[in-house]
Design a protein around this ligand. Structure first.
Ligand code: HGY
Ligand code: MN
Ligand code: MN
Length: 400
C-alpha cells in the first residue's frame, strides 16, 4: 500500500482552490492560459519539485512532475470553466501529486503526475492532452480560436519560456485519472466510488445563420430574415427529429449563442451558436450529425438565410483498459465493500486521449446534488479521501 496522507492531500487541494477563487462559495475561475491558470501551474510545478519529481512543460503548457525512468502517469487538469468548481480537474491533479509523493517517500513505485492544459476547451475539447496524443493535429492546435477571437498561439504566449518539448509517451506504462462524477448517480444511490467502463464520445461545432439585419419597428414580419427565428426553428426541429435516434443517455446542448447585433430594436441579422452532442455509440453520433446538417440546411433554405458550419471538434467513445478496471474494482471492494459500481462517463476527460497512447482508466467520487460546471460544485471531504485511498490501492496493484 502507498502510504498517502489525507490531511496533506486536502491542504493542497484547498491551496490550489485559493488561486483564482471566485468569491462565490468554493467556486474557481481559472480558464486556460489566464494569469490564475498560469499561477496555478507554477504552484504545481513547485509542489512537484518539492516532492522530488522533475518538472517538465510541453508545448501546450501541460505541466508534468516526472519520476526517473519508466513510470506510471496520473493526473487531470487545473484549468476551469468560465464559472468552475474547485474539484473539476484539480482533484485528479492533487490526488496524483499526493500518491506520487507518498510513493517516492516510501521508496517506490515510480509514479509521475500531470496537469493537462485546456481540458475545459477554451479552444476546443481536451486541447492539451489531445495535441499530445495527436488526436488533434499539433500544427493546427495553435490556430484554434476562442469565443473572443483570440488564437491559442496568442493566449499561450503568456506562458513565455516555460514551454518545452513533447514528452515521449513510451516513458509511461499507463495513466489513471480520478475525477468527480459531475452527475447524480453516485450521490442518489449512496455509492462512494465509480469505476469508469467507458467515456462517451462528443462532437461540437459552431453553426452560423446569416439573414438581414433591419429595423424592428418598420420591417413587416413576412419580409424578415431574422437569425434568432432561424435558430429557434432549428432547435425545435432537431429536438423532434432526435426523438427517433437517441437513448435516455444521449445529450445535446446549445450552450453559447452570439446574436448580432443583440439589441432590442433590431431584427438580428446574424447568429453563431455552439452545437454539441454526446453519446457512447459512434454510429449514433453520425446519425445525429446528419440530422443537424440537414435540418440547418432546410431552415436556411426556408428562411432565405446563409448557412455556415464551423470545423468539427470530436472525440470518439473510448473504453477504459480492462486490467486497470480489474485493479480499480478490487481496490474499491477492499476499501468500500459493496459501495461502488461500474459506470460510464458522460463527461469528457483527458483519459480519452491517454487511451490512444497507453492503458488508461478513471475512477469517480460522488458530486453533491450532481452539480458541476458551476460554482456550487462540491463533494464531501470524506468521499475525496476515499477516492484517494482507492486510487492509491489500485495504482499499487498495477505497479507492484
Ligand atoms: O465538457 C466536459 O465534458 C469536460 O468537463 N470538459
Ligand atoms: Mn474535468
Ligand atoms: Mn469540466
Amino acid at each position: 500500500m502507498i502510504p498517502v496522507q489525507p490531511d496533506r492531500f486536502l491542504a493542497d487541494l484547498h491551496a490550489l482552490r485559493a488561486i483564482g477563487a471566485s468569491g462565490v462559495g468554493k467556486g474557481v475561475v481559472r480558464p486556460a492560459y489566464s494569469p490564475d491558470d498560469i499561477a496555478a501551474r507554477d504552484w504545481l510545478a513547485g509542489r512537484f519539485a518539492e516532492a522530488g519529481l522533475e518538472v517538465a512543460w510541453d508545448p501546450m503548457g501541460s505541466v508534468f512532475g516526472l519520476a526517473p525512468g519508466q513510470s506510471f502517469l496520473m493526473g487531470s487538469h487545473s484549468d476551469t470553466q468560465p464559472e468552475g468548481g474547485w474539484l473539476d480537474g484539480a482533484l485528479g491533479v492533487i490526488a496524483a501529486l499526493e500518491i506520487a509523493r507518498a510513493a517516492r517517500e516510501a521508496g517506490g513505485p515510480p509514479l509521475s503526475c500531470v496537469s493537462f492544459q485546456d481540458e475545459e476547451g477554451r479552444f476546443g475539447v481536451t486541447t492539451g492532452s489531445a495535441a499530445w496524443a495527436q488526436a488533434l493535429d499539433r500544427e493546427t492546435a495553435p490556430t484554434l480560436v476562442d469565443r473572443d477571437g483570440i488564437t491559442l498561439a496568442e493566449a499561450r504566449a503568456a506562458m513565455g519560456d516555460r514551454l518545452g518539448d513533447w514528452l515521449d509517451p513510451a516513458r509511461f506504462t499507463g495513466f489513471m485519472e480520478m475525477h468527480i462524477e459531475q452527475g447524480p448517480l453516485l450521490d442518489q444511490t449512496g455509492g462512494k466510488i465509480g469505476v469508469v467502463e467507458a467515456i462517451v464520445g462528443i462532437r461540437d461545432m459552431v453553426i452560423r445563420f446569416e439573414g438581414q439585419q433591419n429595423h424592428a419597428g418598420t420591417t413587416p414580419m413576412h419580409m424578415r430574415a431574422d437569425a434568432f427565428q432561424a435558430l429557434s426553428a432549428f432547435n425545435q426541429r432537431i429536438n423532434e427529429r432526435f426523438r427517433n435516434v437517441v437513448t435516455p443517455a444521449t445529450v445535446w446542448t446549445i450552450g453559447h449563442v452570439a446574436l448580432h447585433p443583440n439589441a432590442h430594436s433590431v431584427v438580428p441579422g446574424k447568429v453563431a451558436f455552439s452545437m454539441q452532442w454526446r453519446d457512447g455509440d459512434a454510429d449514433r453520433l453520425d446519425r445525429m450529425e446528419q440530422i443537424i446538417r440537414d435540418t440547418a440546411a432546410e431552415i436556411a433554405a426556408e428562411k432565405g438565410m446563409g448557412l455556415e458550419f464551423g470545423s468539427m471538434l470530436g472525440v470518439p467513445p473510448v473504453a477504459m483498459d480492462a486490467g486497470h478496471r480489474r485493479a480499480l474494482c478490487a481496490a474499491a471492494e477492499a476499501q468500500v465493500p459493496g459501495a461502488w459500481r461500474e459506470m460510464p462517463s458522460g463527461a469528457l476527460h483527458d483519459a480519452s486521449n491517454m487511451a490512444r497512447l497507453m492503458p488508461a482508466s478513471m475512477l469517480f467520487v460522488p458530486s453533491i446534488g450532481g452539480i458541476s460546471h458551476d460554482f456550487a460544485e462540491d463533494t464531501d471531504e470524506a468521499d475525496l479521501v476515499t477516492g484517494l485511498k482507492v486510487m492509491a490501492d489500485a495504482v499499487a496493484r498495477l505497479t507492484s
